[in-house]
Design a protein around this ligand. Structure first.
Ligand code: PXP
Length: 248
């Protein structure tokens, strides 16, 4: 069955807007788990714009399902914290201070990025953390991901999600399908995410080799109107129905 990783960064964004204690992040994580999340994803950014160090420590203890920590390999303090709390999965992402959100996949074709990634992977793997690399939907990066020691890749679905028309969306979907095939051929497990919402998730969830989707913004945004339990439940149902339809 396809899995849903709920990214709760933007619950923390709202809290940090007032430097307050509400909305409570643990409550968001636990409710997400209760209503269909198979795991919780958080991104501890260098600028700490949403998730704080203490959140990571508390969430690690509070949740019962998988903790997927997104982190950039450039940030030594974040890596040190990751090695300390030992998430179930670490998804290595690129990060720049100016970006509003993660703009692209890891540029593992670049030698410096590759060396830093390799170093982080080695340390995390020694602690028993499962490694996922956030990459663009390019078949050629899958071989590098495998060589670096990743067990999973997460395909960046941003270009698909932001496509301006159906024609572009179709092209982007095809790129994702090809990238999934290539990753599976290398023996990599495949997750995907970024920009997925209630209108565009079905086509991605229908790709049967994808194990998990990581979704944040659209779920937290919808929860403003319907509440987090309903928002999580509805997303999970869309994903499961997408899978059922291809099995029929
Ligand atoms: N996957 C990764 C690696 C991300 O960096 C993000 C954004 O934090 C997501 C998934 C979730 O993206 P969105 O918030 O657009 O659903």
């Amino acid at each position: 069955m396809i899995k849903l990783g709920v990214n709760i960064d933007h619950v923390a964004t709202l809290r940090q807007a007032r430097l307050a204690i509400e909305p409570n992040l643990i409550r968001a994580a636990v409710l997400s788990e209760m209503y269909g999340a198979d795991g919780i994803t958080i991104h501890l950014r260098e600028d700490r714009r949403h998730i704080q160090d203490n959140d990571l420590i508390i969430i690690r203890k509070a949740i019962t399902k998988k903790l997927n920590l997104e982190l950039a390999t450039e940030n030594n303090d974040v890596l040190a914290l990751a090695l300390d709390i030992v998430p179930d999965m670490a998804t290595l992402v690129p990060e720049t201070r100016e970006e509003v959100t993660t703009e692209g996949g890891l540029n593992v074709e670049n030698k410096t990025v590759r060396l830093k990634t390799e170093n982080a992977i080695e340390k995390l793997k020694n602690k028993g953390v499962t490694i996922s690399l956030f990459v663009d939907p390019k078949p050629e990066v899958m071989k590098i991901a495998k060589e670096l020691g990743a067990e999973y890749i997460e395909i960046h679905t941003g270009a698909y999600s932001e496509a301006k028309n159906c024609k572009i969306r179709k092209v982007e979907l095809q790129k994702i399908i090809e990238a999934v095939k290539s990753a599976r051929a290398m023996g990599l497990n495949v997750n995907a995410g970024h920009g997925l919402n209630y209108d565009n998730v079905t086509e991605i969830a229908a790709i049967k080799e994808i194990e998990e989707l990581n979704i944040g913004h659209s779920i937290v945004a919808r929860s403003v109107f319907v509440g987090l339990p309903a928002a999580v439940k509805e997303m999970k149902e869309l994903m499961i129905n997408a899978r059922k339809n291809i099995l029929l």
